[in-house]
Design a protein around this ligand. Structure first.
Ligand code: ZN
Length: 138
């Protein structure tokens, strides 16, 4: 008898770089009300949890970018793909929700449209192959 293994869902930047591995599929994450980015908690790896998530091949901004919103502004630290420099998500400054300075590291907001599931990426590649074959006669 082996213990059931966790399924790791992997996601790629639109440039195909692998940027996220998580046990919680993005389709089950709650969207943020303000900009509909997906709220991904980054677990404390020293704690026992059923949820694991890891951003990989990304670089986190060392300084926040101030984003203007309809009802004010917020400071965001962007997580950028190492390969193409696209922002795949962001974390907020602590001053947005509590006293203190620096980044709130425990939550990442994933930008919709920036990430592609590995399965979807494979499907898209297969589709390209199909289109290519249909287009060529002989
Ligand atoms: Zn990229």
């Amino acid at each position: 008898m082996s213990s059931p293994e966790k399924i790791i869902h992997t996601y790629h930047c639109i440039c195909t770089q692998l940027v996220l591995a998580t046990t919680t599929p993005l389709s089950t994450l709650k969207p943020r009300t303000s900009d509909s980015s997906l709220i991904l908690p980054l677990p404390d790896l020293s704690a026992t949890t059923n949820h694991y998530a890891l951003l990989t091949n990304t670089t986190l901004d060392t300084a926040p970018t101030i984003i203007r919103l309809e009802d004010g502004f917020e400071k965001r630290y962007f997580h950028k793909c190492n390969r193409c420099d696209l922002s795949v998500g962001y974390s907020l400054d602590k001053s947005q929700s509590e006293d203190g300075k620096g980044m709130k590291g425990e939550v990442v907001f994933l930008l919709q449209g920036g990430l592609v599931g590995t399965e979807n990426m494979k499907a898209a590649k297969d589709m390209e192959g199909e289109i290519g074959r249909v287009g060529v006669k002989g």
